[in-house]
Design a protein around this ligand. Structure first.
Ligand code: SF4
Length: 142
């Protein structure tokens, strides 16, 4: 039997659509666009993009994480209300990817903020992104 964390128990109380704040860099923007579009249509699963972290439940981070934006990323994360979740999408967000050895890029967004789910790929397929977000939500009893 899986023991649920306090965060998971709190998340169960959220009874509305999942509002997603998309933070992207480099070509990370292109990773989420197909999922938003009509072919994969994430709104079928109650997931919508919001323009402000203050209303978001989930932050999807895609693309590389340059060192110079560390403070801004942390501030955006801090503005999200609890319970909040972070999903790292793509190799760059998870490990630095093709920019891994660059002096100015973090080797993963989890060096800056806590990450709840990782969706690998370069870029991950839209099905993988949907699958990852849904698995995260199911794992916390959404
Ligand atoms: S993982 Fe690949 S597709 Fe995604 S931002 Fe990095 S290089 Fe671009």
């Amino acid at each position: 039997m899986v023991k649920r964390s306090e965060k998971a128990r709190t998340m169960r109380k959220v009874i509305k659509a999942i509002w997603i704040f998309n933070w992207f860099n480099s070509c990370g923007f292109a990773e989420l666009v197909p999922v938003v579009g009509s072919r994969w249509d994430m709104e079928r699963f109650g997931m919508i993009i919001v323009g402000t972290p203050r209303h978001a439940d989930v932050m999807v981070v895609s693309g590389s994480v340059p060192r110079k934006i560390r403070d801004k990323l942390k501030r955006i994360y801090d503005q999200m209300p609890e319970p909040k979740f972070v999903v790292a999408v793509g190799s760059c967000a998870i490990t630095g990817g093709v920019f891994q050895d660059c002096y100015n890029v973090f080797e993963g967004v989890d060096k800056v903020i806590p990450v709840d789910a990782y969706i690998p790929g370069c870029p991950p397929k839209p099905e993988a992104i949907l699958d990852g977000v849904v698995k995260l939500l199911v794992s916390v009893g959404y």
